[in-house]
Ligand binder design. Sequence first.
Ligand code: ATP
Length: 251
Amino acid sequence: MSTDTVVRLRGAGRRFGTHLALAPLDLTVRAGERVAILGSSGAGKSTLLGMLNGTVAATEGTVEIFGDDVAALSDRALRRVQRRVGTVSQRLDLVEQVRVLHNVNAGRLGSWSTPRALVSMVWPRPDDLVRDALGQVGLGWALHERTERLSGGERQRVAIARMLAQQPDLVLADEPVASLDPTRAAEVLELLGGRIRDVDVAATLLVTLHQPALARAHCTRALGLREGQLVFDVAAHELGQELLDKLYALS
Ligand SMILES: Nc1ncnc2c1ncn2[C@@H]1O[C@H](COP(=O)(O)OP(=O)(O)OP(=O)(O)O)[C@@H](O)[C@H]1O
């Protein structure tokens, strides 16, 4: 496998009982690619992202992340891989009753020793990375706010800041701009798409989106899923009306 291959699926698919959520799929994603995943509700987009962060097991084929077959890893080795994978899920998974600082710090727990992680849960101290991550999503002012007081779009940005603080090599984002206004959505996609660290190598991004215009503007590649089947895999600039009609036509 080429060293810049981040994701490789070989005939990887997922069934839930008899329902085929994602048909067996071959897919290679290289470092620095920004891949939009489009498709109607229930098309299998979240299932694909779940297979890439180890939360959804493939029922057929293999899933390799950074060259490791995730199904063959010990729990410890899987956690090591997962530390390099930052996920922004639709559920956000924020703790509502604590300050924003706590939630953003949580992105760093995996890379800290257990004592340091425990101390930080009780007495969180904002460091530059946390302040920087919040600043990047326009929430520098919210460091000490209680998370539950923020609006839906602000909470979505806290989840993104938590992921930025993790400094992952692979970013998986499930509808990360669903609650954001167009300007903020564009900013967040730019952040997810590479300006995560002050290093030359950009993070690799897979992001589910419902707006083809955002995919064209912020991604390099677009995948279309329909009822669990891959309908297209094209350069983002090739995402035209004909493909979208094929993707979204009512069956
Ligand atoms: N845990 C589960 N148990 C049973 N069926 C599931 C489970 N998770 C997903 N599915 C089914 O798999 C299919 C794909 O779901 P998935 O969540 O991947 O779609 P999606 O494209 O992400 O949809 P949305 O845009 O609404 O989030 C759907 O038919 C869904 O009902």
